[in-house]
Ligand binder design. Structure first.
Ligand code: NAG
Ligand code: NAG
Ligand code: NAG
Ligand code: NAG
Ligand code: NAG
Length: 364
């Protein structure tokens, strides 16, 4: 039913586009753009264009699918790549990629190493506030290109996808963080949540309505963290996992509140914690051979971050088949893992993807 209706609008708009000479801005009534915010789990290469050491633009990153290093921290595609595919959209390009001026299908602002707090890896990443400012710039361009009415329609139908917060909690376990040390854990989580909530509200104010969240995984069980914690038989840094649980719970509470406060606000919250633990604890049940050690790295659990030999250390080991591993490098999953979780985010049942899955957000 949507097909004939949308092709009619496509035609009308197409003619309009020709008359006013707007290049490639045709879209139908059921067009849904995808705007992506976040960290390395979602960064398709923005960090290639900023001055940072947080990069993955060298082999063996990208070896599986793209066959060249795109800047993605994985052997292949990331979750937003699969979501775009399921939504029948093209790959969503990095905002920083030069020559990228058309945002009809959306754009990706995510930056490896970024956190919610500006203090997290400050100076080396595009933090969430900066990502928001880039989004506002895109919004203004869309209003200029399409006019207010069409742009507002596009923004309200678009899906806004987030993976953010992991670096805010991992960093204090890697470097001295005054902000972390001078606050209680509860206060620190509240700070992260407060700033995240402010960004969501800003996007809502600009017309965004549909929000998708990839919650935090058990970060204390990343190969990177296990390698720092060799004395513990469980291997995981439980203090970090406890923080993650506090954060995830607080996010779910805030989202329920926003749904009541903000008219038309609709969201999808994916339980990455459970889905990730299931795969690290029972890899074979999900088609993996190894759930704890990384495919690419060095030392215990291959948890030393030397994959590719370009981060100040040349030694590293690389597995033969990344799709047998949950983790590709010490802190990032393999394409196979990303694909499995993307499927759950897209069409999962409410016990993993709550209260709606992404497919429902795209269709509403
Ligand atoms: C990049 O960052 C490093 C470290 O902060 C700094 O020393 C260097 O001057 C920067 N380079 C450019 C081109 O900004
Ligand atoms: C953190 O601070 C402590 C004491 O202030 C110091 O001993 C330690 O070396 C610092 N660690 C890092 C990674 O800077
Ligand atoms: C946002 O984070 C900053 C630290 O970057 C903190 O001082 C501020 O209180 C936070 N804001 C909210 C609303 O929690
Ligand atoms: C070690 O593992 C145990 C059991 O999982 C946990 O209770 C403890 O907090 C862990 N210790 C550290 C330092 O993470
Ligand atoms: C969610 O429910 C489905 C069936 O409805 C089940 O197959 C799956 O194992 C459940 N997942 C979790 C995490 O409980």
């Amino acid at each position: 039913m949507a097909t004939s209706r949308s092709s009619f609008h496509f035609c009308v708009f197409f003619c309009y586009a020709i008359l006013v000479n707007i290049p490639s801005t045709c879209f139908g009534d059921d067009h849904v753009a995808l705007f992506v915010f976040g960290d390395s789990l979602f960064d398709p290469g923005n960090n290639n264009y900023i001055n940072t050491t947080a990069r993955a633009n060298f082999w063996p990153y990208g070896e599986t699918f793209f066959k060249y290093p795109t800047g993605r921290f994985s052997d292949g595609r990331l979750i937003p790549d699969f979501i775009a595919e399921y939504a029948k959209r093209p790959l969503i390009p990095p905002y920083k990629q030069p020559g990228n001026h058309h945002f009809i299908n959306g754009v990706n602002f995510a930056s490896a190493g970024a956190g919610v707090l500006v203090e997290t890896n400050q100076g080396f990443v595009i933090d969430l506030k900066r990502q928001l400012n880039y989004f506002k710039h895109v919004e203004r361009l869309l209003r200029e290109q399409l006019g207010d009415k069409e742009a507002s329609k596009l923004l309200s139908r678009a899906v806004y996808l987030f993976s953010i917060g992991a670096n805010d909690y991992v960093n204090p376990f890697l470097i001295n963080s005054t902000l972390f040390q001078s606050n209680s854990q509860q206060e620190y989580v509240e700070m992260v949540i407060g700033n995240l909530t402010a960004v969501i509200k800003e996007i809502y104010k600009e017309g965004g309505r549909k929000f998708g969240f990839f919650s935090l995984s058990p970060l204390g069980c990343l190969p990177l963290m296990r390698a720092l914690n060799p004395g513990n038989s469980s291997g995981c840094v439980e203090e970090l996992n406890d923080l993650v649980k506090l954060h995830n719970y607080a996010v779910s509470q805030v989202l329920q509140k926003l749904e009541k406060q903000l008219k038309g606000f609709i969201y999808s919250n994916f339980d990455s914690y459970t889905s990730s633990s299931e795969r690290t604890d029972n890899p074979s049940r999900y088609g993996f051979k190894e759930g704890k050690s990384a495919c690419c790295g060095w030392g215990p659990y291959r948890g030393i971050n030397s994959c590719g030999g370009k981060r100040g250390m040349e030694e590293y080991l690389l597995c033969h088949n990344p799709s047998e591993y949950v983790f590709f490098d010490p802190s990032h999953p393999s394409e196979m893992f990303n694909q499995q979780l993307a499927k759950l985010m897209w069409s999962g049942t409410p016990n993993t993807t709550w209260p709606y899955n992404l497919k429902a957000l795209f269709e509403v």
